[in-house]
Design a protein around this ligand. Structure first.
Ligand code: BTN
Length: 267
């Protein structure tokens, strides 16, 4: 009887706690692809046994895709355009914060050269200019309860002034920020290395595994923010993140509202 009562009172966790042991496969290079994300999504759909950690990088993308149906523009041979496959069990409530874990890994890679920050949910900026973006796409179910997720990363490495000016939002690159030229392949290897720890923390604990490092690189609690979601603009004071990494604002009315998507800017 007591056992039966306990099982009613306590939330039942449908997924066992999983100790993530993520590692990348050797990088599969392509001279040109329409989009590394599209390529890997198609492969994973055709073959759900595609290995966990498969990495596809392209020297050029002809139809790079960003969040919210935007294009991702990267001139050939200048920047990192890479996607990898997550093909392992993951609790469904962890999925929305995967890109936030990746944004932490990007920051840890480039902070040797610049001072990066994260703009919720997962834009990596230097100053007010974007240097890196992430696009995570759920492909469906893999085998044996695995989640199939393709994560694509664009990181501006050697983009020059002309390339940056051709993009319709403020962007920058490692080269523009430092005045140096970088070996893109070496930066990619540093990036993959830096991603392993935050991905394992996320894979084991979800947003809780990266909360502190993420929060330390993003807006300070108490910052006035404006969020645009579709046509709707809302202003409020930033209160922190929900358990799953959603943005919490206190509105003028005193209401605390949780946002799961949108574009933020200083109010
Ligand atoms: C964003 O809008 O910030 C996300 C940009 C993601 C771009 C990368 S580049 C590699 C991968 N392939 C794509 O087509 N998109 C992602």
């Amino acid at each position: 009887m007591i056992a039966a009562m306990r099982s009613i009172a306590q939330p039942v966790r449908r997924f066992p706690i999983i100790r993530s042991n993520f590692r990348f496969q050797p990088v599969e290079w392509h001279d040109s692809l329409p989009s590394t994300n599209t390529f890997l999504v198609e492969r994973a759909k055709l073959d759900p046994a595609t290995p966990h950690g498969t990495v596809v990088a392209a020297r050029a993308q002809t139809a790079g895709r960003g969040r919210q149906q935007r294009a991702w523009v990267a001139a050939p041979n200048e920047n990192i355009t890479v996607s990898f496959l997550w093909n392992a069990p993951v609790a469904p409530e962890f999925v929305p914060s995967m890109a936030q874990a990746i944004s932490v890994g990007i920051c840890e890679t480039i902070e040797a050269y610049v001072v990066p920050t994260i703009k919720w949910p997962n834009d990596v900026l230097v100053g007010r200019k974007k240097i890196g973006g992430i696009l995570c796409e759920r492909v469906g179910e893999g085998l044996d309860g695995c989640a199939l997720i393709v994560a694509g990363i664009g990181l501006n490495v050697n983009m020059g002034r002309e390339g940056a000016d051709a993009i319709d939002q403020p962007v920058t690159s490692l080269a523009l920020e430092t005045g140096g030229a970088f070996v893109t392949d070496a930066v990619l290897l540093q990036l993959l290395d830096a991603l392993v720890a935050p991905l394992n923390a996320w894979g084991s604990q979800g947003f809780a595994g990266i909360r502190d490092t993420y929060a330390g690189r993003s807006a300070a609690v108490g910052t006035p923010l404006r969020i645009r979601d579709g046509d709707k603009h809302t202003m409020g004071i930033f209160q922190g993140y929900s358990e799953q990494g959603a943005l919490v604002l206190r509105l003028d009315s005193g209401e605390e509202r949780v946002f799961y998507s949108g574009d933020i800017s200083g109010a």
